[in-house]
Design a protein around this ligand. Sequence first.
Ligand SMILES: [Zn+2]
Length: 425
Amino acid sequence: MLLIKSGRVIDPASKTDALMDVLLDGQVVKEVGEPGRFAGLKDADILDADGMIVAPGFIDLHVHLREPGQESSESIESGTRSAARGGFTAVCCMPNTRPVHDNASITRFILDQARMVGATRVWPIGAASVGSQGEAIAEIAAMKEAGIVAVSDDGKPIATARLTRQVMDYCRSLGLPVIEHSEDVSLAAGAVMREGVTSTRLGLRGMPAAAESVCVARDVQLAQLTGARLHVAHLSAKGSLDQVRWAKSHGLSVTCEVTPHHFTLIDEDVQYDSRFKMNPPLASREDRHALIAGLADGAVDAIATDHAPHEPALKDVEFDRAPFGILGLETAIALTLEQLVHLKKISLQRMVELFTVGPARVLGIERRLAVGQPADITIFSTTHEWTYNVNDSPSKSRNSPFDGRIFKGAPMATIVAGKLAFRRN
Ligand SMILES: [Zn+2]
């Protein structure tokens, strides 16, 4: 048994915010009670959470673990260790591996590997189309049987409206969400950052914000047509969020996620440094404000990292040639505290919701800290001061624009299925 003592328990599902002790027994939560309640207990290990927040296990809806096929950039083992260090107890891994995760034997491989070497739970996302090529629908039912939690052709959008409709029809009947990397590839072709004054000044080719929102509009219309659950990945533009707001106000099952880098940085931060290159690219100041408003008022459902490791040999090249994507798992909690909570844009309760109940709802599951629930717990501090040093990361890659940043607030311990997956010294 493990006793988490004297923490401030925040559980959005039950609207709890109180000092409590949490007792874990094996893989489940055994009891939750006022501090000191379990004082007489003899045989429990004790984790002192005095001054810390104790929350249901955080879920990251959007992670690239790179296995199978690109293990020089990341693996299921290294990626989930990075996730645990970032306070996540479960990560959903995108299917753009090599080969693409578009069949059930790869689903089983990922789940087996996660069971053997994973520090956190791994919930795989299968490809929507064969090879994510956008031509034929993938074997979604077989992958669902094997354990996928959603489908996506992430890295790119599902190629055509016709195929998207087919995938949505199919996923509606299977009860799976369709996660879309929203991008009109004809508008984005050849672009390396967001189009605007900064891209002109830097002489880099930009994609307009509409490259994203045009695709979101298409998919919202198709979600209405099919009744499917649509989840917009890494939403970065105000125009896209307006589409999601419209969909929600019309009762559609449309949700979205925002990344910490999109609510922290803007296009003006790009200075020919490939660590600032990701897709969707860093957006305008106005977009960032719109995202923060959506995170505060409920239009945004989840914070997801889009953790996209690339080994240094690939990423440490000129801006134009570098691949898109940055690390995200270990800085997500600290950036959320820094940008949103400490600046009073959102409450702590809302922050926990964006990492727990929100992503869970996208997947159609529950997330709460209560008796009988899985013993997946995230413990973090809002005051702990530390410097993020990317060289300390268990990730195999180093591509973070936040290396060297000083933070106030950090993940302190991560418990997965009753076991300590990470603890800060
Ligand atoms: Zn993507």
